[in-house]
Design a protein around this ligand. Structure first.
Ligand SMILES: Cc1cc2nc3c(=O)[nH]c(=O)nc-3n(C[C@H](O)[C@H](O)[C@H](O)COP(=O)(O)OP(=O)(O)OC[C@H]3O[C@@H](n4cnc5c(N)ncnc54)[C@H](O)[C@@H]3O)c2cc1C
Length: 410
């Protein structure tokens, strides 16, 4: 049976971004509905059971599940309706089609916000050759299996990737009684904080093989070993029963794409600096826009989008949705920029990711020959989205040519 209902704001995704936004809007008196396909609200932090959550948004230092619970509780207390096991299968204008165990239904809202997050590239997307045995998973799946489903993992694991989330995988493997025997990265160095590297070296003692790639996977039903080509051309065979593919984030853009939204350089919806997508009344926030950013950054998007007098309240009060005009071009050295369309006011932070590690990078916005914005940072590291000043885009001439964002550094 199919039913229909209406609400002021419908939010797709009950992760840190969606829950924070819902709470902020509900306390301003709006009817807010949050839909999530998972069994509980909370998004990724629900199964990421280690400390490191809530620093910028809540000024607290929480474990993932505690953070997820707190955000869900706050939203519910504010009067938000949260529906889990509710997969949004399509978005047409401002109407969502939802499939849940109770049946199919539709919801029409005055504003829709996509907060569907991102995910790690699974093995097929990484083009890893070899057989297709069980035992190959991403950090997300590993943490769900260990923390939510209490499943047995193997006894010897190799981690692909050497960034923050790769160390999160090492912690989970240890908690599951599985030894990490090596970490393999194609990059020439580790892309996480020195403190994490030292702590892991002292505690886990696994070798980190930089400049190395997995060139074969063996095992029929179950994984038996992998082969790794080192930077010097030698090939190493590592016996293992678990292979964890970490990082290499992809925007969870399935719904946005099927709705026909324009996509930006990060793979998420093309937004302007007010979180507005190419479809009237549809906003996007969180890691859907900047894959790989921390949860507090995603919650901060929500705080800005839901502010009194902010983009969503302005729209609901009869604000306009201007046609897309200038587009920000992204130059060499940048993998993506979270904002691609320009707007008169800037509410959304500008996130970027670089393709190579840079010391003292200078990010510059030019319009023709003219430099219209510039900001310097001490460093930029691939795999770690960086937030630039939102005032970077303030001096663009709306009648001038498309501006371009470039980066240079040592
Ligand atoms: C292993 C790991 C460790 C991490 N450690 C930290 C850390 O220590 N500190 C930190 O700050 N950050 C950490 N992060 C990052 C943090 O988890 C993310 O920044 C944050 O979860 C992103 O929030 P989000 O709301 O944008 O998306 P998500 O948390 O991904 O939530 C998106 C939600 O959308 C739902 N959804 C998607 N599509 C649909 C659909 N069609 N219909 C219905 N629902 C849908 C999903 O089920 C999901 O619940 C870690 C991430 C990982 C993977």
């Amino acid at each position: 049976m199919s039913t229909s209902e209406t609400t002021d704001v419908a939010i797709v995704g009950a992760g840190p971004a969606g829950l924070t936004l819902a709470e902020r809007l509900a306390v301003q008196g709006l009817r807010v509905l949050v839909l999530d396909r998972d069994t509980e609200p909370g998004g990724v932090p629900r199964h990421s059971d280690h400390p490191g959550y809530g620093m910028r948004d809540l000024r607290r230092f929480l474990r993932g599940p505690a953070y997820a619970n707190l955000l869900a509780k706050r939203a519910e207390l504010a009067g938000v309706k949260i529906q889990t096991q509710a997969t949004v299968t399509s978005l047409d204008d401002l109407t969502l089609q939802i499939t849940a165990p109770s049946g199919r239904r539709q919801v029409t809202a005055r504003a829709v916000v996509l907060a569907t997050g991102c995910r790690e590239a699974p093995r097929p997307a990484r083009l890893i050759p070899g057989s297709r045995p069980s035992g190959v998973l991403t950090t997300g799946w590993l943490q769900r299996a260990v923390h939510l489903e209490h499943q047995q993992i193997g006894s010897r694991a190799v981690i692909i990737g050497a960034e923050h989330v790769s160390y999160s995988a090492a912690i989970t493997l240890r908690e599951a009684g599985c030894a990490t025997v090596a970490m393999v990265t194609a990059r020439d160095r580790v892309d996480t904080f020195l403190a994490f590297q030292i702590a892991a070296r002292l505690r886990y003692r696994f070798p980190v093989l930089t400049g190395s790639t997995v060139v074969d996977v063996t095992g029929r039903a179950a994984l038996e070993s992998i082969q790794v080509r080192r930077g010097d051309g030698t090939v190493l065979t590592i016996p293992c029963d678990t292979l964890v593919c970490t990082g290499d984030w992809r925007a969870e853009n399935t719904l946005a794409k099927s709705a026909g939204l324009l996509l930006g350089s990060s793979g998420g919806p093309d937004i302007d600096a007010q979180f507005r997508t190419s479809h009237q009344g549809v906003f996007a926030i969180g890691n859907l826009l900047h894959p790989g950013a921390t949860a507090d950054r995603c919650a901060q998007d929500a705080q800005l989008a839901a502010a009194a007098g902010g983009p969503i309240m302005r729209w609901l009060a009869g604000g306009e949705w201007p046609p897309r005009a200038q587009r920000l071009q992204v130059g060499a050295g940048l993998a993506w920029c979270s904002i691609t369309t320009l707007s008169a006011t800037s509410d959304a932070p500008v996130f970027v990711e670089v393709t190579n590690r840079l010391r003292w990078p200078v990010f510059q916005v030019t319009q023709g020959e003219r430099i219209v914005g510039q900001v310097r940072r001490p460093w930029a590291v691939p795999t770690r989205p960086l937030v630039l000043s939102r005032h970077l885009l303030n001096n663009i001439d709306p009648r001038g040519p498309d501006p371009k964002l470039t980066v240079r550094g040592a």
